[in-house]
Design a protein around this ligand. Structure first.
Ligand SMILES: [Zn+2]
Length: 284
């Protein structure tokens, strides 16, 4: 794909999201995903939980220096608000890598009430007993749904994972594990640090330009520092893998700017974590 072809396709992609609160718990959703009655999905805001201070209040990360009981209770509150069966969750165990695991009902509880999965930034399943969960605090969540095979994928895509094409790895696992065809797959991008706010060193921007020459991903901010457009990087790897541009749906929400969200960079590391979720509904 040439840069002109990519930019022409990307220009037609319109970011969109919905936001709702249930018992004080905020949930962001992607309208194009909500349109499918066979799945449920969302992304948690930081509101409605029991954590205090810099973790206030719905911290869903067990790796932050706070009491495990608080996070466990936050998951209970979150699952109730989002109508997720608490015992159906399978949590990622991210390391900013590109490992994607195929999981099923035998993995339920891992990372929550049972020991964690091996390191993995992505999860794939076609089992309706499973809710996929990934953790975030500026890093993108990629959502994948194949309506033909009733298969789903979810991943944590920090800048390293995005650079190393974790999105393509999830699609590869859906092909291998669930017989999905990329042309059938619908992709979503959750809240993350936006193109304007993601300031990087020149070396990082150079790496992205070398890896994704087809897209106009580099910018300059008011301080004269380089910025990278991770949303374009996401779309570029989806398209490379055979996803149709009309099936790519970014939320367009910036974690750095939206104070309902935790931002690792804005809060200088002293912050909580949010969760993305995706599941196939049993009676679909
Ligand atoms: Zn921003």
């Amino acid at each position: 794909m040439t840069r002109e072809e990519f930019e022409r396709a990307y220009a037609k992609i319109v970011p969109a999201f919905d936001y709702r609160e249930n018992n004080g718990v905020g949930i962001y959703t992607i309208p194009a995903f909500s349109a499918y009655p066979q799945i449920d999905h969302g992304f948690s805001a930081r509101t409605g939980g029991v954590s205090t201070g810099c973790f206030s209040s719905l911290n869903l990360s067990f790796t932050r220096p706070e009491q495990r009981e608080n996070v466990t209770e936050n998951y209970r509150i979150f699952c109730e608000a989002a109508n997720i069966p608490l015992d159906s969750m399978v949590l990622d165990h991210y390391e900013h890598g590109t490992t994607v695991l195929l999981v099923d009902r035998l993995d339920r509880g891992k990372g929550y009430s049972k020991p964690e999965l091996p390191f993995c930034d992505g999860l794939v399943t076609d089992d309706p007993e499973v809710t996929l969960i990934t953790g975030h605090a500026d890093c993108m969540a990629f959502y994948f749904y194949d309506p033909k095979k009733q298969a789903i994928g979810l991943c944590h895509a920090g800048w390293r994972g995005a650079l190393d094409r974790i999105g393509s790895e999830v699609i590869r696992m859906m092909r291998y594990g669930c017989k999905s065809e990329p042309a059938d797959i619908v992709c979503g991008i959750g809240p993350s640090i936006c193109p304007k706010c993601f300031e990087v060193g020149d070396d990082v921007a150079d790496d992205f330009e070398a890896a994704f020459p087809q897209c106009d991903l580099r910018g300059v901010n008011a301080k004269g520092k380089a910025t990278v457009d991770l949303w374009r990087v996401a779309a570029a790897q989806f398209m490379e893998s055979g996803v149709k541009p009309e099936n790519i749906h970014p939320m367009g929400v910036c974690t750095f700017e939206d104070t309902r969200l935790y931002s690792h960079r804005r809060d200088k590391g002293r912050t909580g974590g949010m969760a993305a979720y995706l599941r196939i509904l049993k009676n679909s």
